[in-house]
Design a protein around this ligand. Sequence first.
Ligand code: CDT
Length: 316
Amino acid sequence: MADKRKMGLAVAQMGPVHLADTRAMVVRRLRDMLAEAHGRGARMVVFPELALTTFFPRYWMEDSEAQARFFEATMPNADVQPLFDDARRLGVGFYLGYAELTPRGVPYNTAILVDETGKIVGKYRKIHLPGHDDHKPDAPFQHLEKKFFTVGDEPFGVWDTMGARIGMALCNDRRWPETWRMMSLQSAEIVVLGYNTPSVNIHWPEPVHLRMHHHLITLQASAYQNCVWAAAAAKCGSEDGFHMIGGSVIVAPTGEIAAQAVTEDDEVLVVNADLGLGDTFRKNVFDFARHRRPEHYSLITERVGPGAALPRNPIE
Ligand code: CDT
């Protein structure tokens, strides 16, 4: 039986943030959930992707307008500072997604890891940017992440903080096995991520139920295959008439759902997560050192897709 290393792990799902909502209004909600999570024994809270604003990539506008209205040029700034102060006062860390504009003017879809002293200890810039960069006048809304953001400039990382090894991802990253494997190869114990997943897929008429199905199977399979806890926080519900799925979850390294949101509103989930739970899998079926065969995986980094002719199967 593995040693039990327990960590109070919280997900703070957010209901809608409307265009008219101010940063101060949003931060008030985040602070309330941080306090609730602390009261329920959490050491760390996961907030959503682009948590401080509405999911603005649904609106066509000039980059300069988007950057002026929805991006943060500094972090923490005056609006968000109270959340950092609460973290330090209560001794609770957090993950927060927001739109970052660097001093050189480069726009990223970013997440930060803040420890229990209120210090930023990690930063991740989204790598798998979904959507498009052109205007789609016939679509019910846009998904302009490829227009408004630059692809992250650093590979997936893992940070030793708050008594755990924590990896970060953002929304669409969760659908890609490479995301998770990069982090489990760095001994991640927990993968945290926020998401904004529109209920309607503007690219093809996807049945709505599949949005939730794919979200959950991705998290459950990835947590199991990589022996990690996965904590995923939605921003959800109807933002000015545009609906996004809820379904925030904490998944155990067994692939089982340990907690799941039941609303499409602000809602806190807390699990007393045993960080040793993944060890059984790491020592057996997923003992990477014994069983992985990277010499046979080279195409994963050589090819972006099957565009080039596939190599002949040597057995044929
Ligand atoms: N925010 C984000 O990455 N959303 C995507 C939508 C994909 S459909 C264009 C997601 O994977 O949930």
